[in-house]
Design a protein around this ligand. Structure first.
Ligand SMILES: [Zn+2]
Length: 259
């Protein structure tokens, strides 16, 4: 079993040249990160993502979904395009969710797209990977409307409070993805991480974004996962091996990965 799993990294982001992906995966393996889960964004990047996953079977696993930042007036067509990929070996529906940070112009479309994709996840018996930014109340409204679907999943790049985590548990055993933000000076996240059970935490880089200290300002990549794990170990006063074992077991179970 791999030591660490990066549950959210964008290897097809334009920050990386396609020719660099092999080296990035090599550096990750050297750091003990043997599995990387790749979020889907939209139809512009999807074929590149499946190509990378096809080139690295058993290492890079794809999600399928329409990212909230890509929801605009053409969103229903984008949802239709997901159909052609449903029979692939995908491990989650994601990243899907709500993001009102830059604009609320498409808020109602984002909510509709989220609900349709939550229904898709339930029908396909897959977990969901949620992107949530500045839209907590609307997210819980949609999740309440979908309570009958018996969903499971995680909130990626979690930066919320312990109270938000507890609210989430009312909808089943939801996990949170913790990344580089937990290492930032002045971050409130360590306080929440201290109280959230280790069994509910999964590791992620969100690479190329949000690099952990001391790499802020640089390009993030999956090989930086041990820095995040070390910080969580320090906060929870446990050994890093325990953080590795517990988070890897959680991710393996949630995404039904080979162990
Ligand atoms: Zn992402």
């Amino acid at each position: 079993m791999t030591r660490f799993i990066d549950t959210h990294a964008h290897l097809c982001d334009e920050a990386y040249a396609p020719s660099e992906v092999g080296d990035i995966i090599g550096r990750a393996a050297e750091a003990g990160v043997g599995i990387i889960i790749h979020p889907d964004i939209d139809s512009r990047e999807r074929d590149a993502m499946f190509a990378v996953c096809g080139e690295w079977p058993g290492v890079v696993f794809p999600m399928l979904g329409l990212y909230p930042g890509s929801v605009d007036k053409g969103w229903e067509k984008e949802i239709e395009k997901l159909e052609a990929y449903k029979d692939r070996d995908i491990v989650a529906i994601g990243e899907i969710g709500l993001d009102y940070h830059w604009s609320k112009e498409f808020a109602s479309a984002q909510k509709a797209a989220l609900q349709v994709q939550l229904e898709m996840a339930s029908a396909m018996n897959l977990p969901v990977n949620i992107h949530l930014r500045d839209a907590t109340e609307d997210f819980f409204e949609v999740l309440s409307a979908c309570r009958h679907l018996g969903l499971r999943g995680n909130l990626h790049a979690f930066s919320g409070s312990y109270e938000t985590f507890c609210r989430l548990q009312d909808f089943g055993q939801w996990k949170v993805g913790i990344g580089g933000v937990v290492t930032y000076k002045n971050s409130h996240l360590p306080e929440a991480v201290r109280r959230i059970p280790l069994e509910s935490i999964m590791l992620e880089t969100d690479a190329p974004y949000l690099p952990p200290t001391p790499h802020r300002g640089e390009r993030n990549e999956p090989s930086m996962i041990p820095l995040i794990a070390a910080k969580i170990a320090e906060i929870k006063e446990v050994d890093i091996d325990e953080v590795a074992a517990v988070t890897t077991a959680s991710a393996t179970a949630l995404f039904n990965l080979p162990s």
